[in-house]
Write a protein that binds this ligand. Structure first.
Ligand code: GDD
Length: 330
C-alpha cells in the first residue's frame, strides 16, 4: 500500500506516518518549501537511512501549485491520500482570514478537482474539524448535526467538508470527512492551549519560567490523544464504503481543569502561576463542542483508548524531558 500525506510535518502527519510505516506502507509526504525538516516532528524518521528514500519519501509542493500537485499524484499513484495541510490555528484565523480560507477551502477544492480527473483516484481522508459545528443546535454533535461555524477557520473547514460530500456524490469518489475534535500530544504546536499549559508546568517546575498566561480558562473542549485519532483516520479508509465520521471522546473538560491536571503532575499549586491576558480572548467562542463517535465505533470499531489524565501526564513528562535537554534559560 502506498499513501500520500499533505501536511506530513504536523502532529497528525507524523503520527500517521509512524502508523502507516508500521503497517508496511510506503509513505509519501508533501512538504512546503518553507518547512524545516531539521528538528521537525519527522526528524527521527527522516534521519533513518533504512526509511528515508526507501519507504518514506518527501516532495516539495505548496497546495496552490496545482501543476506540481497533479504531477506528484500521477507519479506516486497513492492508494490513500490523507489531507491535513492548511492554517490550523482558530484564533489566528481572525487575523489572517484570507490566507486561512485560501489554504483550507481552496486548497481542498483544488485537490478534489485533480482527483476527479485521475484514472485511478486514491481514497481521500479529509481532516475536517469540530469547529464546523461552532454553536451547535445539538449536544453532543454527530455527523448529521448542521454546521454553524463561528470563525473563519470553521467556515473554511465547513466549505471543504461540504465539497468533499458533493464530490463524493457527484463523482463517485471514495472520500471521507473526519470531524476531528481536539486531539493532543507532545508534538502539538506550542501556541495551542494544551501544549502551552504542559510546557509551562514543566518549565516552571524546572525553574525556567515564572508564570503561565492564558485567555479564557472557562472554555471547554473534548480533548483526546492524537495517536487514537490517526488510527481512526486509517480505519476509515480501510472500510468498504466511504462516509463521514465524528472522532471524539464524548467528554468535555475546561481549560481550567486541564491546567489543574498539568500542574498536579509536577506537584505545583497553579494559583501561584496562572495569569489572565484579555488579548488572548477570542470573543467568538464555540459552545459545547463535544462529539458523539458512536458511528465510528459501530462501523469502524473505533474507540479512543487513552483518557485525559494519561494524556496530560504524557505531555508534561515529555516537556520535562525536552526542557531538561534544551532549557529555556539557565
Ligand atoms: N491557543 C490558546 N492559547 N487557546 C487558549 C488560550 C491561550 O493562551 N487561553 C485559553 N484558550 C482557549 C481557546 O480560547 C479555546 O477555547 C481553547 O483554549 C482551545 O484552544 P486551542 O488549543 O487553540 O484549540 P482550538 O480548539 O481552538 O482548535 C484546535 O482544535 C480544533 C478541533 O480539533 C485546532 O487544532 C484546530 O485546528 C482543530 O480543528
Amino acid at each position: 500500500m502506498r499513501a500520500l500525506i499533505t501536511g506530513i510535518t504536523g502532529q497528525d502527519g507524523s503520527y500517521l506516518t509512524e502508523l502507516l510505516l508500521a503497517h508496511g506502507y510506503e509513505v509519501h509526504g508533501l512538504v512546503r518549501r518553507t518547512s524545516t525538516l531539521e528538528r521537525s516532528r519527522l526528524q527521527h524518521l527522516y534521519a533513518d537511512p533504512d526509511l528515508y528514500n526507501r519507504r518514506l519519501f518527501l516532495h516539495y509542493c505548496d497546495l496552490e501549485d496545482t501543476t506540481t500537485l497533479r504531477r506528484i499524484l500521477l507519479r506516486v499513484a497513492p492508494d490513500e491520500l490523507y489531507h491535513f495541510a492548511g492554517q490550523s490555528h482558530v484564533g489566528l484565523s481572525f487575523e489572517i482570514a484570507e490566507s486561512t480560507v485560501e489554504s483550507i477551502a481552496m486548497g481542498t477544492l483544488r485537490l478534489l478537482e485533480i482527483l476527479r480527473d485521475l484514472a485511478a483516484p486514491p481514497r481521500l481522508f479529509h481532516a475536517a474539524s469540530s469547529e464546523v459545528f461552532g454553536r451547535p443546535l445539538q449536544v453532543p454533535q454527530t455527523e448529521l448535526t448542521p454546521m454553524a461555524p463561528v470563525n473563519p477557520y470553521g467556515a473554511a473547514k465547513a466549505f471543504a467538508a461540504q465539497m468533499v460530500r458533493i464530490y463524493r456524490e457527484k463523482h463517485g469518489l471514495f472520500l471521507v470527512n473526519g470531524f476531528l475534535y481536539n486531539h493532543e500530544s507532545p508534538r502539538r504546536g506550542e501556541n495551542f492551549v494544551t501544549r502551552k499549559i504542559c510546557r509551562a508546568a514543566a518549565a516552571i517546575h524546572l525553574g525556567q519560567q515564572d508564570q503561565l498566561t492564558l485567555g479564557d480558562t472557562s472554555a471547554q473542549r473534548d480533548w483526546g490523544d492524537a495517536r487514537d485519532y490517526v488510527r481512526g483516520m486509517w480505519l476509515s479508509l480501510r472500510h468498504e464504503t466511504p462516509g463521514d465520521y465524528v472522532f471524539a471522546t464524548g467528554r468535555l473538560h475546561s481549560v481550567q481543569q486541564f491546567v489543574e491536571a498539568a500542574f498536579a503532575v509536577v506537584g505545583l499549586d497553579w494559583r501561584q502561576y496562572l495569569r489572565r491576558d484579555e488579548r488572548l480572548l477570542r470573543g467568538q467562542e464555540p459552545a459545547q463542542l463535544v462529539g458523539d463517535a458512536s458511528l465510528a465505533e459501530q462501523v469502524l470499531g473505533w474507540k479512543p483508548e487513552r483518557d485525559l489524565s494519561s494524556l496530560v501526564r504524557w505531555m508534561v513528562e515529555a516537556d520535562l524531558a525536552e526542557l531538561a535537554k534544551r532549557p529555556l534559560r539557565r
